[in-house]
Design a binder for this molecule. Sequence first.
Ligand code: UDX
Ligand code: UDX
Length: 455
Amino acid sequence: MKTILCIGAGYVGGPTMAMIARKCPDYRVIVVDIDAARIKAWQSDRLPIYEPGLQDLVQLSLNKSLFFSTDVAQGIREADIIFVSVNTPTKTFGQGAGRAADLQYWEKTAREIKANSTSDKIVVEKSTLPVRTAEAMERILHSGNKTVHFEVLSNPEFLAEGTAVKDLENPDRVLIGGHATESGRRAQSALAEVYAHWVPRDRILTTSVWSSELSKLAANAFLAQRISSINSLSALCERTEADITEVARAIGMDARIGSRFLNASVGFGGSCFKKDILNLVYLCHHYGLKEVADYWEQVVIMNEYQEDRFVRQMIATMFNTVAGKRIAVFGFAFKADTGDTRESPAIRISRFLADERASVVVTDPEALGNARKDLADLGEKISYDPDPYKAAEGAHALAVMTDWAEYKTLDYQRINESMVKPAFIFDGRNCLNHQALYEIGFNVYPIGKAPLSHL
Ligand code: UDX
Ligand code: UDX
């Protein structure tokens, strides 16, 4: 029986390995992480991440073919295929700070793999990495004593949070980048074999390592670009009599454009979009392609503009002051169905409001733990309440930051009665029924369309 190891039990490693274990009973799957508390949580009935359907998926294989452990060295010794999905955050120091990827965990992991390997390994880059990282890894793995052969593949993960289980079960494609050598092709086939347990062969693409690495950055850059494009037009809609939902529908029906990923919002968040674009920008600069770098950087600049524009509009609408006013932030996760708050627009907006001396109360069904960490330095300036009704009590305004389904079906009559008048709703996700809210008495401010105001 072959053994698959995954180093890094995060949002990517955990769900991906749970799916592989479920679909490939002929493999033993071990997931290791340096964080012992995280490993313990994966073995419990309260997983370290919230993801619909994941608890059941893990339970199906847990301690049968799927094992979680902190013993990285032993995992490496036993593995035939090693996935690496440790985090690669944006560098916060030194050269490339704020843009380049911080590869220290990756490099440390490569050295650990080398130190503990006594048989040949296929090493799979699962983390999103700058183009040509595989090359650096190979140099480390093949330095010094060469008795063990390492074949490095790039196999980026395209799952989106909140739909991870669905995306893993039915991926649009699986991308496997490898070298055009005999051992490279053999390794690509070995990995393709794993996915072919449930993914149709024609959706498993093999490319060069570099194409695979770049494709992941490119896919995220294109997706984020669509959001920045529609968001840029939302600003124009607010100045004219156009409605961004109507515009999105009209352009989305062009099959060449397509209708998905055209929802105007307060901005995109998540651990990937900003990081990967900044990575791409850094790479372009590195290769002397300033115009290309500037082109993609604008996607991130537009996103920050959208967040700031939203909060500036809130303040202007509320008579140019929010000082001392209670504002309920509805949703803190970067999207619905996750507790993840990395790069969530809610972080920047809550901070902005706190700076303006608003009394901010945050509510979210899954993300309050992370919200408390993100805003820890603000102390008493922010309060938290899992109950949206309580959060709204005595508030001057609601700011919808996450498109949680449950926010659509709240009793807004009751909420309106408990708020200070005039009561405002700023819908940063265009996910509520604006006309109904207006009829209840709210002053409603959507994104990219005319406000519905009684004032
Ligand atoms: C991360 C990156 O953010 C993403 O770009 C990449 O595509 C995949 O890896 P994610 O799974 O969301 O995505 O990260 P995270 O949830 O932070 O998980 C990484 C895990 O690696 C953490 O649990 C961390 O403890 C672990 N880790 C980190 C190690 O086990 N060893 C290390 O040396 C560093
Ligand atoms: C993304 C990619 O979709 C995925 O393929 C990749 O592997 C990781 O990065 P993720 O960040 O988990 O996934 O979520 P995604 O659904 O892409 O949403 C990202 C952000 O864009 C969220 O904040 C979301 O609310 C926002 N968004 C998305 C919009 O504002 N409008 C849209 O139309 C779609």
